[in-house]
Write a protein that binds this ligand. Structure first.
Ligand code: DP6
Length: 326
């Protein structure tokens, strides 16, 4: 007998040491580990019920899901069903406070929320490691959104991926920082993370990217432990710039930045030259996310907001892990 409808909420996260490339595309196992911060306020809520019917019924932000987005969600529900030993079709309704498809990690929040709601609705009670491994099958970065605060998703060594899971690096109250997000374009991104990673894996700089990851992870772990913003910020910028450099050298080339993205980078460097500790990172889109201390967040937000091409600015505090809410 399957449980009744369950609703869960999960926050997006921003990677400070990036995941960019897979060692197994089916199990969604990464070539490298990654480290992120879960962000409060950029959440997705998912309600899931395995209530029979002839097919899965999927609604995203008030619209029936279609195309690749629906396919991905259905394939993920198949993974949940396989774990639960069920064949029942599901009704899934998700609601997002993250703008979708613009590089603000909405898929991370969405698959973490669906993994938690779906596993519970299917009668499973998964501990965080198993929940993280399940969420990973939907979207790699979702493995990290299962947990709050600073999180490391371990690459893992096993071919079955059971050790490729996220772990907390510190309790949520360990270190209060801010991430200021400059949105430079609300247009859907042209190349998904998934396709971008496939292209990047064939690029000449990719082996160097993979080789450098362990050192970046070690530096980020130590910086988080010591609450050293400069050390963490510098490794985050380095990781992001290397990730984008791999794409630039791909064929065809991969460039997620717009002009305003570059303006934001220069503005962050100018803030730093003038004494404000601010450090950027950029994901598979044109938005710029800036790590800083709470006391500097308003100054950073104002500097980014003043730039031509910056559409809006959001400021996020560290957020908690995925939770069942109904
Ligand atoms: C640039 O998790 O969206 O944001 O596993 O194929 O769903 P899939 O990819 P996804 O990739 C995120 C890439 C990134 C970096 C990161 O979040 O680590």
């Amino acid at each position: 007998m399957l449980a009744a409808e369950t609703t869960a909420r999960a926050n997006a996260n921003v990677a400070l040491v990036k995941y960019w490339g897979k060692r197994d595309a089916v199990l969604n196992l990464p070539s490298t580990g990654s480290i992120s911060l879960t962000l409060a306020g950029l959440a997705v809520e998912a309600a899931v019920a395995f209530d029979g019917g002839v097919s899965d019924r999927l609604e995203i932000d008030g619209e029936p899901a279609g195309g690749e987005e629906a396919e991905r969600l259905r394939r993920f529900l198949d993974v949940v069903r396989a774990e639960a030993g069920s064949s029942s079709r599901a009704r899934v309704v998700t609601r997002s406070t993250v703008p979708r498809g613009i590089g603000l990690a909405s898929s991370a929040a969405a698959f973490a929320a669906v993994a938690l709601a779906g596993s519970r609705a299917a009668g499973l009670r998964l501990e965080p490691p198993a929940l993280s491994a399940l969420a990973r099958r939907g979207s790699g970065s979702a493995a990290r959104s299962v947990l709050g605060g600073f999180v490391e998703w371990r690459r893992g060594e096993r071919p079955d991926g059971t050790d490729s899971i996220a772990e907390p690096l510190a309790p949520l109250d360990h270190w209060d920082v801010r991430v200021v997000v400059a949105v430079t374009s609300s247009a859907p991104k042209a190349v998904s993370s998934r396709d971008g990673m496939t292209r990047a894996a064939a690029a000449p700089f990719y082996p160097a990217w993979v080789e450098g990851a362990e050192a970046d992870l070690a530096a980020a772990r130590a910086a988080i432990r010591a609450r050293d913003l400069e050390a963490l910020g510098l490794v985050a910028e380095h990781s992001a710039l290397k990730m984008h450099a791999v794409g630039l050298a791909a064929r065809p080339a991969l460039l997620y930045w717009r002009g305003a993205t570059v303006e934001c980078v220069h503005a962050v460097w100018a803030l730093r030259a003038a004494g404000t500790a601010a450090f950027f990172t950029i994901d598979a889109g044109p938005q710029v996310k800036v790590l800083c201390l709470p006391a500097d967040a308003a100054r950073v937000a104002a500097a980014l907001h003043a730039l031509p091409g910056v559409e809006r600015v959001l400021t996020c505090a560290p957020g908690g892990g995925a939770q069942v809410i109904a």
